[in-house]
Design a binder for this molecule. Structure first.
Ligand code: UDP
Ligand code: MG
Length: 304
């Protein structure tokens, strides 16, 4: 059986259509399936819709979070509840084309344990967004050792991989990279990102930046090494400045050195601030992990 995990946050208009499209595609391909909608604490009627569908249709399972925990948490809740021998994850807005599912399922039957959906194009984006995303994926690709520039959350995983991910103790999970990190026999499927069926993207700029920082920190300690590099640079600058200052002192041209003092103060001060900030981010993440709180809280399950 194939489980399809679909996280949904304020998607009341899309649920019915998405369910119909996905189950039609899978039924036409004769693939036994269950569809797990994870309602990520929506404020609209998303949960009522999911609940009604799961009561009417035995292939549908609904999971309801007590509040909004984010897409990562929703995907992991779905992986945990999935009963299938293979589990696919896709977006609710049909930007991940359901018609690719049978193709991914066939690859799984051929023996692949991870089928990665790779975006053919990134769609319309502003220049700042593109630059930010570029830097983020460069860091992530370096940390995981795989080209992640067109990676997405559209994937199909074997039961073995799902169990591996479910067993991870960490709270700051990044689904997109963890499937690469886990290894296993992997293949890719390319797809074009469709336009959102209705409504707007649920990711604000602030949410995206937080998402990028969390995931870089979860996967890479490169920002910590950056501190050492910054330290070296300041050291070199300070040595040069010291030499200049000494030469001026000896040649009797000292005084009037206030500019240097101010520049040095500002320079060193800002670098110390940056470094403390980076260390602070890591400490915050360590603190979160040590607290050991769950990734999400489920308040209701329907359909099973
Ligand atoms: N989503 C979620 N929790 C959130 C934000 C988004 O479960 O806090 C879901 C959303 O319902 C959708 C998927 O994640 O199924 C992708 O969201 P969206 O389409 O807004 O993101 P984009 O396609 O712009 O990356
Ligand atoms: Mg979308």
């Amino acid at each position: 059986m194939l489980s399809v995990v679909i996280p949904a946050y304020n998607e009341e208009k899309l649920i019915v259509n998405t369910l119909e499209r996905v189950s039609n595609v899978l039924s036409d391909a004769n693939i036994a399936h269950e569809i797990i909608f994870v309602d990520d604490g929506s404020q609209d009627g998303t949960w009522e819709t999911i609940k009604a569908l799961s009561e009417a249709n035995e292939n549908v399972v609904g999971v309801h979070f007590s509040r909004n925990f984010g897409k990562e948490a929703a995907m992991f809740a779905g992986l945990e509840k999935a009963k299938g021998d293979a589990v696919a994850v896709m977006d609710c807005d049909l930007q991940h084309p359901p018609k690719k599912l049978p193709e991914m399922y066939e690859l799984w039957q051929e023996g692949y344990e991870v089928v990665e959906g790779i975006k053919r194009d990134r769609g319309e984006e502003s220049a700042a967004h593109r630059a930010g995303a570029g830097l983020f994926y460069k860091l992530m690709s370096r940390a995981t050792g795989f080209d992640m520039s067109n990676a997405s959350d559209f994937k199909l995983l074997d039961r073995k991989v799902v169990d591996t991910l479910n067993a991870l103790p960490e709270k700051n999970v990044f689904f997109r990279a963890l499937s690469y990190w886990a290894g296993f026999k992997t293949t890719t499927v390319h797809y074009s990102v469709a336009d959102r069926e209705s409504g707007e993207s649920k990711w604000s700029k602030r949410k995206l930046i937080k998402y990028a920082v969390t995931n870089v920190v979860a996967f890479s300690s490169a920002p910590l090494s950056l501190i050492t590099i910054l330290g070296m640079i300041t050291l070199i600058v300070s040595i040069v400045m010291t030499v200049i200052a000494l030469v001026q002192k000896i040649s009797g041209a000292a005084l009037g050195g206030f500019t240097t003092v101010i520049i040095l103060l500002l320079f060193i001060g800002s670098i110390i601030m940056i470094c403390l900030g980076i260390i602070g981010i890591y400490i915050a993440k360590i603190y979160e992990e040590v607290k050991g709180r769950p990734k999400y809280i489920i308040s209701e399950i329907s359909g099973r």
